[in-house]
Design a binder for this molecule. Structure first.
Ligand SMILES: Cc1ncc(COP(=O)(O)OP(=O)(O)O)c(N)n1
Ligand SMILES: Cc1ncsc1CCOP(=O)(O)O
Ligand SMILES: [Mg+2]
Length: 208
């Protein structure tokens, strides 16, 4: 079962001790779904970081999703994998990971992609970037109106991503987003535990 709320995604940090410390603060704040994403290191270092985050997420009863890499998701016993448009065929991925692991799909600004992802066996569909993203400044923008339509058309939980912070997140939750995927506003916060708690509270106050 997919939780709702903050979906923290790791930044491209090389320092595993710092990554684990800040991630632990985010989990203490209430986040129950974490994506391991590091586009800037070696496969060997990714193995080490993913294993550390697997141990940590288990201690907090949180799900661990691995970005891009089914092999790594299986190797670290993650709960699932997130794939974008250039990360392989979703139906094949579903076959490979079996029914037990979660499959998330990037749909950018496209309802057609979301319907195809649902047909291929995705467990959630992600749209974005909703705002200017410090992590992916060139990502195209998505309209919040997509959220309700995608939920109605796919019947799947919808994740919003891209430039989301505590000042702009509420309308996305009010529009029906089940998950808010966030990198900068939690990992670069002066108080990541508090940021996580405040994102979590938004779901109590703004969920439709
Ligand atoms: C929850 C979530 N949504 C979207 C993405 C982006 O995936 P993708 O387009 O494959 O880009 P990269 O993250 O691989 O750069 C995501 N990772 N997670
Ligand atoms: C991976 C990804 N895909 C679209 S925007 C984005 C990055 C989100 O990071 P931030 O929360 O720092 O904008
Ligand atoms: Mg990807």
């Amino acid at each position: 079962m997919l939780p709702e709320g903050l979906y923290a995604i790791t930044p491209d940090w090389g320092d595993t001790a710092r990554l684990v410390t800040v991630t632990e603060a985010i989990l203490k704040g209430g986040c129950r779904i974490l994506q391991y994403r590091n586009k800037a290191t070696t496969a060997c270092h990714r193995d080490e970081q993913a294993a550390a985050l697997r141990g940590l997420t288990r201690r907090y009863g949180a799900l661990l999703i691995v970005n891009d890499d089914i092999e790594l998701a299986e190797a670290c016993a993650a709960d699932g994998v997130h794939l974008g448009g250039e990360d392989g065929d979703l139906a094949e991925a579903r076959k490979r990971i079996g029914p037990a692991r979660l499959l998330g799909a990037s749909c950018y600004q496209s309802l057609d992609l979301a319907e195809a992802a649902a047909g291929a066996g995705a467990d959630y569909v992600a749209f974005g970037s909703f705002y200017a993203s410090p992590t992916k400044p060139l990502a195209k923008r998505a309209d919040p109106g997509l959220i309700g339509t995608a939920k109605a058309r796919t019947g799947l939980p919808v994740c919003a991503i891209g430039g989301i912070d505590l000042g702009n997140a509420a309308p996305l939750v009010a529009a029906g987003a089940n998950l808010l995927a966030v990198i900068s506003a939690v990992y670069n916060s002066p108080d990541p535990e508090r940021a996580s708690r405040d994102f979590t509270k938004l779901f109590e106050t703004h969920r439709p």
